[in-house]
Every structure is written in structure tokens, then in C-alpha cells.
Write a protein that binds this ligand. Structure first.
Ligand code: GNR
Ligand code: NI
Length: 165
């Protein structure tokens, strides 16, 4: 297991569209374990492979208080979405910024697990937000894309400046 460096907005590599995983082999299981270790260390409630500069459709989440309910999704697809919720979101790739984003309240996601077995999960509340946020990463999309241009530009400037010092 290893922790991996997380890319920071506005790094253009965060805009890469991830490729489907063809076979869930040991290298994918290692990636899942490294994503989980990196997420728990941060700490965060989710992490997409895109954020560690691996452009494969793999993500992990754990919204439990005790950090003992990891979920890994390979090739996730949000099959249905209903309702609306708005919460403050943050992102390990946009450190220090929290802004409200509107998301679906309830989703059904289909994916493959770490053993290559297909499954579906129904999620609501924070878990649903987190999965939507992580699926966006696999498309090269960030929560700041839902904010006004002014807010996004301000965040960009501050992070560029921080990364210079
Ligand atoms: O740790 C995280 N917290 C969070 C809070 C509200 C909505 C989404 C998230 S995901 C984020 C970790 C992260 O950047 N995942 O991509
Ligand atoms: Ni994120």
C-alpha cells in the first residue's frame, strides 16, 4: 500500500477523461488500496483515480464516521438520479475551499467491485453527493465548475499563488 500525491486545481491533468477498466486484475486492486490509503490519510470521504493522475475509471468512497465502510467502484455508471439536495462541497484537489453545490438527492449506481463482480448501489444524502462528485472527476469535471466564473477564478488565483510559494 502507498499514499499517492493528489493533483491540485488548476492542473490540466484533472481535465482528463478516464478510460474504462477492461479487466479487474491485481494492478487495479492495488490502485484501489492506494486510493483508499490516500483518501484516509488526507482525510477525505472519496477519491477518484484521476486525482492521483491515473486515468482509469476507478473511485473509492467512505462516508462513515468510523472510516470503516470503504466502497470501491470500477467503471461506475449513474443509472438513475432523482430529487435535489444542496451541500457545501470540498475537494482534495481544491484544498481549503468549500462551496454549496446542487446534486441529485438519490441515485442508483452500477459498477464492478474489486473482484470483478457487477453490483448496483442505491445511495442518498452525503453518500450520493460523494459518488456524484467522484464520477465527475472521471469526466474531468470539478465541483468548482458549478460555481460562478468569478468564484472559480478567485479560487484558481489563490491556489496558483499558494503553489508558487
Ligand atoms: O473529502 C471530500 N469531502 C467532500 C465533501 C463534500 C462533497 C464532496 C466531497 S469529496 C472530498 C474528497 C474528494 O476530493 N474527492 O474527490
Ligand atoms: Ni474531489
Amino acid at each position: 500500500m502507498a499514499t499517492l500525491p493528489v493533483l491540485c486545481f488548476p492542473d490540466p491533468r484533472l481535465r482528463t477523461k478516464a478510460k474504462p477498466v477492461e479487466v479487474v486484475d491485481d494492478s487495479i486492486r492495488r490502485l484501489i488500496d492506494d486510493l483508499l490509503e490516500t483518501m484516509y490519510e488526507a482525510p477525505g470521504i472519496g477519491l477518484a483515480a484521476t486525482q492521483v493522475n491515473v486515468h482509469k475509471r476507478v473511485l473509492v468512497v467512505d462516508v462513515s464516521e468510523k472510516h470503516n465502510e470503504p466502497h470501491a467502484f470500477v467503471n461506475p455508471v449513474i443509472e438513475s438520479a432523482e430529487g435535489k439536495q444542496e451541500r457545501d462541497e470540498g475537494c482534495l484537489s481544491v484544498p481549503g475551499f468549500y462551496e454549496p453545490v446542487e446534486r441529485a438527492e438519490k441515485i442508483r449506481v452500477a459498477a464492478i467491485d474489486r473482484n470483478g463482480k457487477p453490483f448496483t448501489l442505491e445511495a442518498q444524502d452525503l453518500l450520493a453527493v460523494c459518488i456524484q462528485h467522484e464520477c465527475d472527476h472521471l469526466e474531468g469535471k470539478l465541483f468548482v465548475d458549478y460555481l460562478s466564473n468569478l468564484k472559480r477564478q478567485r479560487i484558481k488565483k489563490k491556489l496558483l499563488k499558494q503553489n508558487r510559494d
